[in-house]
Design a protein around this ligand. Structure first.
Ligand code: SAH
Length: 464
């Protein structure tokens, strides 16, 4: 950022414009919206400038700028549209301590004027550091269309109410009040009946909010998907937008955490499947404590919360505490991995059933229906299997599985650094060891990547 945007306190301070033609007029039209004391120095001022001077909206001196004119000015515009003259007045004004802008000369300007969307007291300043004025104008036009004209008056009336609203408890109660005011009650009243009604309406609205019993908290158990933020559901997005507290697992991608409401309290619960971390009962207590105090808690889990997500323990704790909860599903790692290798998880004539397995559980390596899995054509998505690969292989071979059964390991499905390892049951443990996987990985037993079905490369970059 070569230019730092700020809002300068300008009311009652001197702003000088040197020049009386088109460039000066354009700047003056903007500056006239401010409460600054405008002074124009021009030997041949345009008629509009004379008119504004006659109306008392600016002070006009009908000569070129001279030494001493810019003393104690806050801002100075060189708008003579004459290079030598603009250079001269800029030097002068700088020497006298004003911040200077040479109109249409970025390199010689100490500050630049942004494109402005004016809904006073709400102002939006758009700058492109001179790189793309067309873009700035397009953004301005877009915002002009989107921000209702009554936004300014509403904000001004709202400002006079800030003190009164402190009667509401901090946090959600106040946010709910302001959101009601700016997006519902305020616009309705101002459009139909004008400012007096808005003020009376605000009083009624505040009384209404004050009389509401402190709303009890609620909890959404939300699936964050496999990692790519674009694979979040719209519901998950909205929950993150509204959350007071986000309690997230280790596997939730940082890009997704960035989407949470800026004021939300972010708590890392550190869990990864059955791995070591904060104890499950501590996590349950954390969730119920925050919700009991009235917060909207988003419990964010990687993938789908109903798949190896210890969901039931948390729901039981919420039920026991009498708190409202809901589950927002997400895309599970198996779906993302299958999409990544271009295979479907079920296929007519190959497998009509699909199993979700875990490589290990709380008690260690997990036992499964090995005989059933060993049959030709079976497909399973095996979570948390990195460490248990040799155990899996041993059990499956022992129960008659073919050593050639394809297995695809997908590491970091849908994330940056995604890798696909196409192997067979015979080579699985050795290949997994030499691949030195560091990210979360899932095994697709019975599937090989569509692209690699003919010749199996050992390790390939994901085609994503
Ligand atoms: N609820 C999650 C699973 C949690 S268990 C889901 O539905 O996906 C954690 C295991 O999920 C990891 O050990 C790994 O096997 C798998 N996993 C999660 N995200 C993954 C990803 N992006 N790529 C590959 N495997 C992933």
């Amino acid at each position: 950022m070569q230019h730092f945007p700020i809002f300068l306190a300008i009311a009652g301070r001197r702003v000088i414009v040197s020049g009386g033609g088109e460039a000066a007029l354009a700047k003056l039209r903007l500056l006239l919206k401010t409460e600054a004391r405008l002074c124009v120095f021009a030997s041949a001022p345009a008629p509009d400038i004379r008119l504004w001077a006659a109306e008392g909206r600016l002070t006009l001196t009908e000569r070129a700028l001279a030494p001493g004119d810019a003393v104690s000015a806050a801002l100075f515009y060189a708008a003579n549209e004459d290079e030598a003259e603009d250079a001269r007045v800029t030097r002068l004004a700088q020497a006298e301590g004003a911040l200077t802008n040479w109109v249409d000369n970025l390199a010689q300007s100490q500050f630049i004027t942004p494109a402005i969307v004016d809904r006073d007291p709400v102002t939006v300043a758009i700058g492109t550091e001179g790189a793309a004025p067309v873009l700035a104008r397009a953004i301005k036009a877009d915002l002009e269309a989107r921000l209702p004209a009554h936004l300014g008056p509403l904000a001004r009336i709202g400002k006079t109410f800030r003190k009164a609203v402190e009667a509401l408890p901090m946090g959600r109660a106040r946010r709910d009040f302001w959101s009601d005011y700016y997006f519902k009650t305020g616009p309705e009243h101002i459009v139909s009946e004008g400012k007096g009604i808005v003020e009376r309406g605000l009083k009624t609205l505040l009384a209404d909010h004050l009389s509401r019993r402190a709303a009890p908290g609620r909890v959404a158990l939300v699936g964050a998907g496999p990692g790519d933020p674009e694979l979040l559901t719209l519901k998950a997005r909205r929950a993150l937008d509204e959350a007071d507290v986000v309690i997230y697992d280790r596997l939730v991608a940082p890009e997704i955490l960035d989407l949470a409401r800026r004021e939300a309290k972010m708590i890392h619960a550190g869990k990864e499947g059955f791995g070591p971390s904060m104890s499950q009962s501590d996590i349950c207590r954390l969730i119920t404590d925050h919700a009991a105090r009235g917060a909207y808690v988003v419990r964010l889990k990687s993938g789908d919360p109903t798949v190896y997500g210890r969901l039931d323990e948390e729901i039981d704790a919420l039920e026991a505490a009498g708190l409202a909860w809901s589950v927002i599903p997400g895309i599970t790692a198996a779906s993302a991995a299958a999409a990544g290798i271009g295979q479907s998880l079920t296929k007519r004539g190959r497998n009509s059933a699909l199993r979700f397995l875990t490589g290990h559980d709380v008690k260690g390596f997990a036992e499964h229906d090995w005989r059933g899995l060993a049959r030709a054509g079976e497909v399973a998505a095996i979570y948390m299997a990195k460490k248990g690969a040799r155990f899996l292989q041993g059990r499956l071979l022992m129960h008659g599985a073919s050593a050639d059964t394809p297995v695809t390991v997908v590491e970091n499905a849908s994330r940056a650094g995604g890798r696909t390892l196409a192997t067979t049951l015979a080579r699985l443990p050795v290949d997994i060891d030499s691949a030195a996987l560091t990210g979360p990985a899932i095994l697709l037993y019975g599937l090989s990547p569509r692209a690699a079905e003919a010749a199996l490369p050992l390790l390939q970059k994901d085609h994503a």
